[in-house]
Design a protein around this ligand. Sequence first.
Ligand code: FPP
Length: 250
Amino acid sequence: MHYTDRPALHVGIIMDGNGRWAKSHGLARVAGHARGARRVSEIVRVCPDLGITHLTLYAFSTENWQRPLTEIDGLMRLFEQYICGKMAALRSHDVRVRFVGMRHRVPEGLQKLMARLESHTSGCSRLNLTIAIDYGSRDEITRAVRNLAGQAAGGGLRPEAIDEARFGGALDTAELPDPDLIIRTSGEQRVSNFLLWQGIYAEYTFPPEPWPEFTAAHLRREIEAFGHRHRRFGLVDEPEPGPQLGGASG
Ligand code: FPP
C-alpha cells in the first residue's frame, strides 16, 4: 500500500535542536524556539498532502520546567502567540487541535487559549494535530494508574476489567491511534519521555536537521523512507512449514 493510501498515519515529532540552532547563529535560545514555531506552521500545512492524518508535536516536556525562567516564559508566550495567530487558519484548513499533558500548571491565560482552540476546531477532521505541553509519558501513565485505581477503590471498576484497551483509554491520547512514525530532529537518538506506551511499534527516525531547519521537504523525505520500511508488529512474515501443533497424531 502506498503511504498516502493508508486510512490513518500518525506521526509524532520531537522538535529538538532549537537551542543549538540559536547558539550557532549567535542568538538567544528563545529566538531558536521562535524560529521553530514557524516550522510548525509549514509542517502542519503539508501533512494532508503526505497522507498524515494525525500529527503529534512535543512542545514542552514535564522536564522542561527545569529550564531558565526566561526560556520558559518565552516558550509560554510563543504558545500563546501561535494559538492566537493561527486559530482562524487552523479551522479554515480543517485542522482539529487537541492538547495533551498536565495543562493546569501552564499560565491561566494559556490554559484558556488552549481550551478555546480545542473547541474552535472540534468539528475539523482533515488533520488531527495534538500538541503536547507539560507532557511526559511517565506522568501520563501515573495519572492513568491513579485514575483507574481510584475507580477500583470506589467499587466502580473490577481490577480484572483493566486490560490494555481500558488502560489506553485512561491516557491523554485515548482518542488517537498509536503513532506509526516518531521523528526526532537534530540527530539526538533518545525517546525523552514521549509516547512510551503508545509508541511500542512506532518506527523511529533521527534526521540531522535541527528543528528550525526542518522543512516540508525533509518531512516528505522521512515519510517516503518510512513507506519503504517493513513493519511486522512482532509477527513473522510467513509461517515456516513445520509440524502442526495440536493436530491429530498417529
Ligand atoms: C527542544 O529543543 C524544543 C523545545 C523544548 C521547544 C519546542 C517548541 C517550539 C518549537 C515552539 C513552538 C511550538 C508550537 C507548538 C507553537 P531544545 O531547546 O532542547 O534544543 P537543544 O537540544 O538544541 O538545546
